[in-house]
Design a protein around this ligand. Structure first.
Ligand SMILES: [Cu+2]
Length: 306
């Protein structure tokens, strides 16, 4: 907030996030800043009634690009997004808005009923930096490897050994964030490359065979136990809702729980098609990073529902 009467350090204005990609949160979350990635949606309420005529509210972008370790945004260009100038009181509204304590959301606790999938985000490095980014080491045209059953609920364990946050987006479905956890990137990459016969990552990517996970015969999170560091980081209050795009941060393993059923079913019926259409027919769906230059550089894969 820039008050009409300038002061040295104007205070940030508290606003309220009420919705995520897939619907309402269970309660408004007060915030003074948020981290939003390409593809994500956040519904927010800004209460201007506490301000005075002439006050200015400026939305700033402080996110380095690439995120999180890239260049600081130029405040004269991409660093400044929008300004509101507060006027006098509204003359044509007689019902002041109040922030409700709770919201009419239906966010069930999801329980898995199918094996998890471990999926590694990997960059192919060239002399001047990354040239392509692959989902699980595979190209778009590679054989389809994600074939969830309609009505199933799966954990997707997204391993991000790259330097950037990738907003991972699934079509057809909404999901919930379970946790994020740091892992030993170097140790994981040595073992994952080894399992997949990679000698030189600059030339031996993408894979031409199906991707092999580390830690066999262990599967899922158990196979990743030797690499996990610290404790799982639980979702922030403003991520505790239905999502279809999730920030997979560098050096973290992000677990999402995906239900291959519509959001608005009264009762979830496992392994039953509850869509008003048959998602097993047609060309199928995709999952991808939502950064444009990534998804256009191989960071997108088809998936089918069976
Ligand atoms: Cu990306």
């Amino acid at each position: 907030v820039k008050p009409a009467n300038p002061q040295l350090n104007p205070p940030p204005l508290t606003f309220y996030q009420i919705g995520t990609d897939g619907g309402y949160l269970s309660a408004p979350v007060p915030l003074t800043r948020l981290t939003i990635a390409p593809g994500e949606r956040m519904d927010i309420i800004i209460d201007f009634s506490t301000l005075s005529p002439g006050d200015r509210v400026i939305i700033r972008n402080s996110a380095n690009a690439p995120f999180p370790s890239g260049t600081t945004p130029n405040p004269k260009t991409v660093g400044t997004i929008m300004q509101f100038t507060v006027n006098g009181p509204l003359s044509d509204v007689n019902q002041p808005t109040t922030i409700p304590l709770t919201l009419p959301s239906t966010i069930p606790a999801l329980v898995t009923n199918a094996p998890s999938r471990t999926l590694t985000l990997i960059e192919k490095m060239g002399m001047l930096g990354p040239t392509e980014i692959f989902l699980d080491g595979q190209k778009w045209v590679g054989a389809i490897s994600e074939k969830p059953q309609v009505g199933s609920t799966e954990d997707w364990i997204i391993v991000n050994p790259t330097a950037d946050t990738h907003p991972i987006h699934l079509h057809l479905v909404q999901f919930q964030l379970i946790s994020r956890q740091k892992f030993d990137v170097n140790k994981y990459l040595v073992d994952w490359y080894g399992a997949n016969g990679v000698v030189n990552p600059m030339t031996d990517l993408p894979f031409t065979n199906p991707t092999i996970n580390v830690g066999a015969p262990a599967t899922g999170l158990a196979a990743l136990a030797p690499y996990l560091r610290g404790k799982p980081i639980l979702p922030a209050p403003n991520e505790m809702g239905w999502k279809d795009t999730i920030q997979a941060n560098p050096g973290e393993i992000t677990i999402i729980r995906v239900r291959f059923a519509p959001l608005d079913v009264d009762t979830y019926d496992p392994f039953t098609n509850q869509y008003p259409f048959d998602p097993a027919t047609g060309p199928g769906y995709v999952w991808h990073c939502h950064i444009l230059d990534h998804e256009d550089n191989e960071m997108m894969r088809p998936y089918v529902v069976t």
